[in-house]
Design a protein around this ligand. Structure first.
Ligand code: COA
Length: 260
């Protein structure tokens, strides 16, 4: 059966990217990983896109993991390549020059949680479940899960999720800092779009500055990180949006950011 594994739609300046294999709970096979990478490359390059929302099709899942049927037949070398393919996508999402919000509408397991953790913000439905269940398959997370979960939620939570393999509910994920917000399932889309639109109205170069600083800061020492922040802060003074934002404040009006 032919399928379009990833759908994209624009709502104003917000691009919604949807993993579209609902019959397989949006499991990530190689074709879906490649289609997602292409969708993120396109969103990165399109100046009319100021924020991206990533979600899964259907009522049950964000993404229920890497495709187990596809992995079942892989050799060790192919398994390594599959991991690299997944890691490349998650890194691309993480390094996007515009904010990406993961809208977690159901199961985010294994590669699904790894994909969600590549996003800059995560909003979960109260019915969502997240986890790293690879241990139950005789596997370990391979799309960055051991590393991003460690940085996001710490050693104890990472070891618990990865060693025990049991999914946790959205409220627990919020307690552990894995998701930013939990909202009633019926309000997930509206709440996510409200946040996305707010971000889309912000100054794009300043948003990018924050993303770059946090990405760099997460991977270097404090001195280097502070130096990087200072350089980015200085750069903002060369933007029209900084003049517009500060002038609008002084003139008691709403700013209109152009991205210049
Ligand atoms: N890879 C491939 N197919 C998957 C999948 C995955 N990660 N997760 C679900 N599917 C498929 C199922 O095989 C099933 O396909 P079928 O109808 O052709 O048999 C379909 O999606 C529906 O899943 P099903 O298991 O029937 O739904 P459920 O509601 O009973 O259970 C889950 C939902 C999420 C608990 C269960 O699907 C599951 O445990 N999935 C695997 C999770 C996982 O281990 N992810 C990490 C992979 S590294």
């Amino acid at each position: 059966m032919s399928e379009t594994p990833v759908l994209t739609a624009d709502r104003g300046a917000v691009r919604v990217v949807t993993v579209n294999r609902p019959d397989k709970l949006n499991a990530l096979n190689a074709a879906t990983l490649d289609a997602l990478l292409a969708a993120f490359e396109a969103a990165a390059a399109d100046p009319s896109v100021r924020c991206v929302v990533l979600t899964g099709a259907g009522p049950k899942a964000f993404v229920a993991g890497a495709d187990i049927a596809e992995m079942n037949g892989l050799t060790a070398v192919q398994g390594r390549d599959f991991s690299l393919r997944g890691q490349k996508l998650m890194r691309r999402v993480e390094k996007m020059p515009k904010p990406v919000i993961g809208m977690i509408n159901g199961f985010a397991l294994g590669g699904g949680l790894e994909l969600a953790m590549g996003c800059h913000l995560r909003i979960a439905a109260d019915t969502a479940k997240v986890g790293q269940p690879e241990i139950n398959l005789g596997l370990i997370p391979g799309f960055g899960g051991t590393q991003r979960l460690l940085r996001l939620a710490g050693r104890a939570a990472t070891l618990e999720l990865c060693l025990v393999g049991a999914p946790i509910d959205a409220a627990r994920a919020r307690e552990l800092g894995i998701v930013n917000r939990v909202v009633p399932a019926a309000e997930l889309e509206a709440e996510t779009m409200k946040l996305a639109e707010q971000i889309a109205n912000s100054a794009p170069l300043a948003l990018r500055g924050v993303l770059d600083c946090v990405n760099v800061g997460g991977e270097c020492g404090i001195e280097e990180g502070l130096e990087y922040e200072t350089a980015q802060f200085g750069l903002m003074f060369a933007t029209q949006d900084m003049r517009e934002g500060t002038t609008a404040f002084l003139e008691r009006r709403k700013p209109n950011f152009s991205g210049q």
